[in-house]
Design a protein around this ligand. Structure first.
Ligand SMILES: [Ca+2]
Ligand SMILES: [Ca+2]
Ligand SMILES: [Ca+2]
Ligand SMILES: [Ca+2]
Length: 249
């Protein structure tokens, strides 16, 4: 069994090495997180697609299509995400309950680009940002072994709104403060990392699309994950399937 996991880890690392890093430009002018993309800095960043189906079949552009830009300054990363989604759906009021089955923007961050398992630790984060702009991830297990879903709203500033013109896409702006694996839920004094030119960060973006079903209908990501035993939904377990971004001037 140990050999199997060693082989799996090696294969996943090779896959991640083959994924080209994305360059993120520095935002020299402040970006206001308000769901309006008129900030001058955004003009300097390129669009990247969110077009890899992780779960679900037969996706039409009206059902979901999406693209994003990424920038940074010393304090945080900035994301501009433009989404077409025909139905916005939030069936669970509790932000910690089955949040992946509501429409949610999911931001995967591995602050030190270490790769590796992060399912029940903070070696990396999978922030699910729901339509109420709250961020939730799986924390360390409870003492009785049950799952512990934790709100990490201190890490994220999020605001989305419909664009003014047809097809009234969702324009979503997010700022993400980066914490490495020394983060704990109990120590509220942990400070986010200062970012710098040349820093490498593990990163992936995805969208959970549900339009009224019990469970999410599609899960679409920015990275072409190689399936293991037919399963591409690996990002919530291991940071080895993330892309890398490089912070540039
Ligand atoms: Ca803005
Ligand atoms: Ca949809
Ligand atoms: Ca890490
Ligand atoms: Ca939807």
């Amino acid at each position: 069994m140990a050999n199997y996991f060693k082989l799996l880890t090696t294969v996943l690392m090779l896959i991640s090495l083959n994924t080209l890093a994305i360059e993120a430009k520095k935002a020299n002018e402040p970006i206001k997180i308000d769901g309006i993309a008129t900030d001058a800095s955004w003009l300097l960043a390129k669009w990247h697609p969110i077009d890899n189906i992780i779960l679900g079949k037969d996706l039409t552009p009206e059902d979901f299509s999406g693209k994003y830009k990424i920038m940074w300054d010393e304090q945080q990363l900035y994301l501009l995400v433009e989404i077409t989604d025909d139905v916005l759906f939030d069936q669970h009021a509790d932000p910690r309950h089955l949040y992946w089955d509501d429409d949610a923007l999911e931001i995967f961050i591995d602050a030190d680009a270490s790769g590796g398992n992060h399912q029940f630790n903070f070696n990396a984060f999978a922030y699910h940002i729901a339509l109420d702009n709250q961020a939730v991830d799986i924390g360390e297990k409870n003492a009785d072994g049950s799952n512990n879903f934790v709100l990490l709203n201190d890490h994220i500033t999020s605001k989305w709104q419909r664009s003014e013109n047809p097809p009234y896409n969702v324009v979503w702006e997010v700022a993400v403060r980066l914490y490495d694996d020394s983060f704990t839920m109990s120590d509220k004094k942990t400070q986010p990392m200062k970012l710098f030119t040349g820093k490498k960060v593990g990163f992936m973006l995805a969208y959970c699309d549900n339009d009224g079903s019990k469970e999410r209908e599609h899960f679409i990501g920015s990275t072409d994950i190689k399936a293991v035993n037919g399963d591409k939904n690996l990002g919530y377990i291991t940071a080895d399937v993330f892309q890398h971004i490089i912070l540039k001037n």
